[in-house]
Design a protein around this ligand. Structure first.
Ligand code: NBP
Length: 479
């Protein structure tokens, strides 16, 4: 047995990951795919990789040195379970089965529990960066046991993206922690994309800028605090002309967004955890709204006003940049709140500063911004919200007027900004002296006797709404 690592599932992700592994000093990679033709193709196309091609699962297992370590890159769900079972039947205690696909973290927790009984390690690994990342260096979020990470860590470090000299990989936590954090990453990605979309829409619809001009604006933003992969590719997309029609590419793309569902998972999970992730939820909903052509056509017909184009001056462009930064910060703050709540619920010892660090390279949300997130959590891991970290608090304070102006302008102009708007409302909710939650509590007590607490006394109270309206103290300590 000569291979220190194996890859099963040689579609685009698995092939690229296998090639990445093979290109790193010290790795010998065994490869296997259910349909052998795919294995033959990969091996023939990349003789430089020195792959050990395994026709059968038994050949594959026999090719691996102990502890046997295999990364599964097959379709999430039934395909993954089938391959896990094949390996679990053949592996021995101490060997390591890695699922690098997009599994739901709860499935990963269940699989880990099942496989752990055999003494085999099962490790769910979130891998971000798409095809290109898999080949050149992804951001890698491994869960699983600390013991398995001793073998796996150096292998994953060898293929991860590098940001400021450090590999973008860390042992996130046990069992499903890696897939959980990957899921939150995707949720944040949805929010970030939506916010960038709103900024573009404002510059174009309200500001009257053409895609080419907006490409310049984004390229300039990419040299400041907003610097990120998503801003960079947005500039490139906006500059792209459709070869068939000569029109701006963005104008020939149907404006109905799809999704693979990881944003939905993030929101569902956050709802269960009781963490408000409005920025992420609005981004998911915005895609759903876009994909309702009949409803959109109906309202388009009856709507009386149309956005009025103004001339974008430098101050409007600057205001949109500030609104984008503040809204983006809210989305990240909400995402990290979900990480903290998930860690608490599932017993993971997650270091938020490390998560921000490994997202700085390889993944879709890689950004300069994340260094400040790392700094904020490194300085104070127990910070109540990222919004209060000094760097971010100052940025929001400086941009607050612009943020309000942009949201107000959008509302006046009839341009939808669910991301910007919900982010500002979230910020204003956190910052309010009093929230109308008091009235909601009173309503709940009125119709359902759900009780309320008071500002001036301890205890839990109920008012006799249908009688003399005198309150009854139900329980609690004397105030
Ligand atoms: P696919 O998700 O398209 O899956 C195709 C692979 O699964 C093929 O190798 C296929 O074998 C194998 N497979 C299936 Br389908 N059912 C199987 C079974 N019952 N037993 C054994 N093998 C089976 O591949 P992909 O697009 O390369 O994605 C791989 C994983 O990575 C997925 O979980 C996906 O969600 C995830 N992914 C991640 C990113 C990212 O950015 N991180 C991007 C894309 C995908 P065959 O050749 O014999 O049909």
């Amino acid at each position: 047995a000569a291979a220190n690592i194996g890859v099963i599932g040689l579609a685009v992700m698995g092939s690229n990951l296998a090639r990445n592994l093979a290109s790193r000093e010290g790795n010998v990679v065994a490869v296997h795919n259910r349909t052998h033709a795919r294995t033959e193709e990969l091996v023939a196309a990349h003789p430089e990789a020195g792959f050990i091609a395994a026709k059968t699962i038994d050949d594959f297992v026999a090719a691996l040195a102990r502890p046997r370590t295999a990364i599964i890159m097959v379709q999430a769900g039934a395909g993954t379970d089938a391959v896990i079972d094949q390996l679990a039947e053949r592996f021995e205690p101490g060997d390591i089965i890695v699922d690098g696909g997009n599994a739901h973290f709860r499935d990963t927790i269940a699989r880990e529990q099942r496989i752990a009984l055999t003494g085999i390690h099962f490790v769910g690994v979130g891998i971000s960066g798409g095809e290109e990342g898999a080949l050149r260096g992804p951001s890698i979020m491994p869960g699983g046991s600390a013991e398995s990470y001793r073998t796996l860590g150096p292998i994953l470090s060898s293929i991860a993206a590098v940001a400021e000299g450090e590999p973008c990989v860390t042992h996130v936590g046990t069992d499903g922690a890696g897939h959980f954090v990957k899921m939150i990453h995707n949720g944040i990605e949805y929010a970030d994309m939506q916010l960038i979309g709103e900024a573009y829409d404002l510059l174009r619809t309200v500001g009257g800028l053409e895609p080419d001009d907006i490409a310049d604006v984004f390229a300039q933003w990419n040299r400041g605090p907003l610097e990120s992969y998503l801003i960079e590719i947005t500039a490139e997309i906006l500059r792209h002309t459709d070869p068939a029609t000569g029109r701006p590419f963005v104008d020939v793309v149907l404006d109905q967004a799809g999704s693979k569902g990881t944003g939905v998972w993030t929101v569902q999970t956050a709802l269960d955890l009781g963490v408000p992730v409005g920025g992420i939820a609005e981004a998911v909903f915005a895609r759903s709204v876009s994909a309702k052509p009949e409803q959109r056509a109906a309202i388009r017909r009856i709507r009386s006003s149309r956005p009025e184009v103004q001339q974008a001056d430098a101050s409007f462009v600057e205001a949109v940049a500030k609104a984008l930064f503040a809204s983006k910060l809210v989305a990240y703050a909400q995402g990290f709140d979900a990480v903290v709540a998930g860690a608490e619920k599932y017993g993971w010892n997650i270091h938020q500063d490390e998560i921000a660090r490994i997202w700085r390279g390889g993944c879709i949300i890689r950004a300069r911004f994340l260094s400040h997130v790392t700094e904020a959590y490194a300085q104070n891991p127990d910070i109540t919200t990222l919004l209060e970290a000094p760097y971010f608090a100052q940025a929001v304070a400086e941009g607050e007027d612009s943020w309000r102006r942009v949201v107000a302008t959008a509302a006046h102009s009839g341009v939808p900004v669910p991301g910007f708007g919900s982010a500002l409302s979230y910020y204003d909710s956190l910052g309010a002296d009093r929230l109308p939650a008091a009235l909601v509590q009173a309503q709940r007590d009125f119709f359902g006797a759900h009780t309320y607490r008071r500002t001036d006394r301890d205890g839990t109270f109920h008012t006799l709404w249908s009688a003399d309206q005198s309150e009854t103290k139900l329980r609690g300590t004397a105030g």
